[in-house]
Write a protein that binds this ligand. Structure first.
Ligand code: Z3D
Length: 665
């Protein structure tokens, strides 16, 4: 058995021992840390080796890494240790291109520095060092013998000079010269270099993967004629107003032909009238399936025009990707093997218990034609990507195999690492987490169901500070066509403002489903989270400036997000002390602790609450007696605060929150 004296363990960050990639975005400096030590007293040096990995190498099984691996093909950053006794070493690696990176850690004994240390001590203690001197010279000789002729020449000269010196004192001095140490470390042959056994993957996205404001629409409801579907052309007229609210992603619910068989009527009714348009998630009819456009919306050329116009206004298009079929979808006839037929030849409709989707068939992933199915689904994604879609919002991914998604996302990313995938997996926590691990860029979360201070603090810690933060990026939707929370139903307009601010400032990525800005909050019935007269089943025409709207709030929050870099990050979140249990307070900064933003929210939409909040001195850069300036980005009003604890009073009917930017002293 080989004898290794250096131990490298506890390497972070990793997900499941390197089985899955840690997530980052372009421009990040990723901190890598490891416990590194060796028996005995010798000094160590260590470095992180890292490299971008080309797509054709992604699948290559790596780790355990052969111990003789050299650093050819790698870039490296030296690691340092802040407290030597702790044996924890760190370095940050720059990530400047999209795609997959791998890193590992390498350490070796700094033989010369170790020798030098002992030598110096003995010398100072007045001991005889003549043997040590010879040992030191032997080390220099050894290093020189491993160096190339050119790089070893300087060392050779130094060694010659040392040996030519008759005076021991002078020789000691020369052996201790900083110049020699630097040279020795640079040319160190690292004869006992030890590599960490594994290469750890990091997936690097573009920044939009972490930071974006989403707005969700049904294209057909963007028109002005009641009861008639808007076209893409008409919906374009809405784009400037959406862009003016400050959004940067526009998510379109499915835009494909809608089935007729078992079509749902108003309010999820199982019977539909002749004029009911059906649920857009019931994809496909005789006009086409997943790559077709609903004829009422226009043509693929109209779609392209819409995408281009949106982009011109700074809006990226996210499209729904719902792997399921209406009974009228062409695939049902063309690919019967993709569906599970019961003994009587029928196909059982899809479900996501307790929800029943009587108007759609699920795809059978146990199909005998798995290859054909996989290839077709990939072709659908590529079709839309080729039409300018850069984000796929994936419907109910937890009802399909996670291994399928792992393959599918990697295949898309192989050509287009910029594509963002949002998983709509409202399911149990482990399942949601696994989808994030296998490659989903973002995940819908349980945010809508976290409303009290305790719930929000606990959830924020779990998501942004805990283990999850390495690979799971929540997208905090404040509402969806499927989720109108009781908090909004009962709390009215102030509740909408509260949830908007929480979503947009706790999470760098958040969204609203249109109608939120109008504070629409009529439930199907008491106790239901469904909307009454939901546009999932009918075409809506809204007054987009209806009285009581919160358009200004939306625009200001989105503007604050753009102007204050702190709001682009999740991991810098700090929960702050506040004296009133109804008042949630937290702060964010950039990773280098600049641009502090402090958010203070009265979570009770019915009652005025007041109290003190504590802003730690390091955030404003002063002591407890210092004055500093804060500006509320929602109102534009500035205040002067003093010290750590300051008074706030929040009247939900005036403004239930403060969004403070702090001027650091
Ligand atoms: C959700 C989808 C809608 C309706 C159902 C209807 C179904 C199929 C669901 C299935 C997944 C996802 C969507 N959560 O809106 O359900 O609510 O009544 O049966 O047409 O579409 O795709 O957000």
């Amino acid at each position: 058995m080989e004898q290794a004296r250096i131990v490298i363990e506890g390497v972070t960050p990793q997900v499941d021992a390197g089985r899955f990639a840690v997530k980052a975005v372009v421009g990040d400096a990723l901190e890598v840390a490891a416990d590194i030590w060796r028996d005995g007293h010798d000094k160590l040096r260590a470095e992180v080796l890292y490299r971008p990995v080309a797509p054709d190498e992604w699948q290559a099984q790596v780790g355990p890494v052969p111990a003789d691996a050299k650093r050819e093909g790698w870039q490296w950053v030296e690691m340092t240790t802040a407290y030597e006794t702790n044996d924890r070493w760190t370095a940050t690696i720059p990530l400047d291109t999209m795609g997959l990176y791998r890193f590992t850690v390498r350490a070796w004994t700094d033989t010369f520095a170790s020798w030098r240390d002992g030598f110096e001590k003995k010398l100072r203690a007045g001991q005889d060092v003549s043997l040590e001197l010879r040992e030191g010279e032997a080390l220099v000789e050894l290093t020189r013998s491993h160096a190339s002729a050119s790089s070893g020449a300087a060392l050779e000269r130094l060694l010659g000079a040392i040996r030519a010196t008759a005076f021991v004192d002078r020789r000691c001095e020369m052996m201790l010269a900083d110049e020699l140490l630097v040279m020795m470390q640079k040319l160190d042959p690292k004869l006992d270099a030890q590599l960490y056994e594994f290469e750890c993957p990091v997936w690097v996205d573009r920044e939009k993967a972490r930071f974006g404001a989403w707005y969700e629409i049904f294209v057909r409801s963007q028109g002005t004629v009641p009861g008639r579907s808007a076209t893409f052309h008409e919906a374009e007229a809405r784009l400037p107003a959406i862009a003016a609210m400050g959004f940067d992603v526009l998510y379109l619910t499915p835009v494909h032909p809608i089935g007729r068989t078992f079509r749902k009527g108003k309010n999820n009714s199982l019977v539909c009238g002749p004029d009911d348009p059906g649920s857009p998630w019931a994809v496909g009819n005789e006009d086409g399936g997943h790559t077709a456009i609903h004829p009422d919306l226009g043509t693929i050329a109209d779609f392209d025009h819409f995408v281009a116009e949106a982009r011109r206004l700074g809006l990226e298009i996210a499209l729904d990707f719902a792997v399921q079929c209406s009974p009228d979808h062409p695939w049902v006839k063309e690919h019967p093997a993709w569906f599970k037929h019961r003994p009587d030849g029928s196909i059982q409709y899809a479900e996501n218990p307790p929800k029943k989707y009587q108007d759609i068939y699920p795809i059978d992933f146990e199909t005998t034609d798995r290859e054909g199915l996989y290839r077709e689904l990939l072709a659908v994604a590529r079709f839309w990507i080729d039409h300018g879609v850069t984000i796929l919002r994936v419907d109910n991914p937890h009802t399909k195999p996670s291994s399928f998604w792992e393959w599918f996302i990697a295949e898309v990313h192989r050509r287009r690492p910029d594509v963002i995938f949002l998983a709509e997996a409202f399911t149990r926590p482990k399942r949601l987490a696994r989808l994030a691990k296998v490659g989903f860029t973002q995940s819908y979360s349980y945010f809508t169901w976290r409303n009290t201070r305790e719930e929000l603090e606990e959830y924020a810690k779990e998501l942004f500070v805990g283990d999850h933060s390495r690979y799971l990026r929540p997208n905090f939707f404040a509402n969806t066509p499927d989720i109108l929370h009781e908090y909004l139903q009962k709390g009215g307009r102030p509740a909408f403002i509260v949830r908007l601010i929480l979503a947009a400032t706790l999470s760098p990525t958040y969204g609203i489903y249109s109608g939120f800005e109008l504070c629409e909050n009529t439930p199907l019935h008491e106790g239901s989270e469904e909307y009454r007269d939901s546009e999932k089943y009918e075409i809506k025409v809204r007054n987009w400036r209806a009285p009581g709207h919160i358009l200004t709030h939306v625009a200001r929050v989105n503007e604050a997000r753009r102007e204050h870099r702190a709001l682009r990050y999740a991991s810098t979140l700090r929960l702050l002390e506040s004296s009133d249990p109804n008042i949630l307070a937290f702060a964010k900064t950039t990773p280098d602790k600049r641009d502090p933003v402090v958010v203070v929210v009265n979570l009770d939409p019915k009652t005025v609450h007041e109290g003190t909040v504590r802003v730690p001195g390091d955030l404003y850069g002063g002591s407890d007696s210092d004055w500093y300036r804060i500006t509320d980005l929602l109102t534009g009003i500035s205040y002067t605060w003093r010290g750590e604890r300051n008074y706030v009073r929040l009247d939900p009917d005036v403004m239930p929150a403060h969004l403070f930017a702090i001027e650091q002293r």
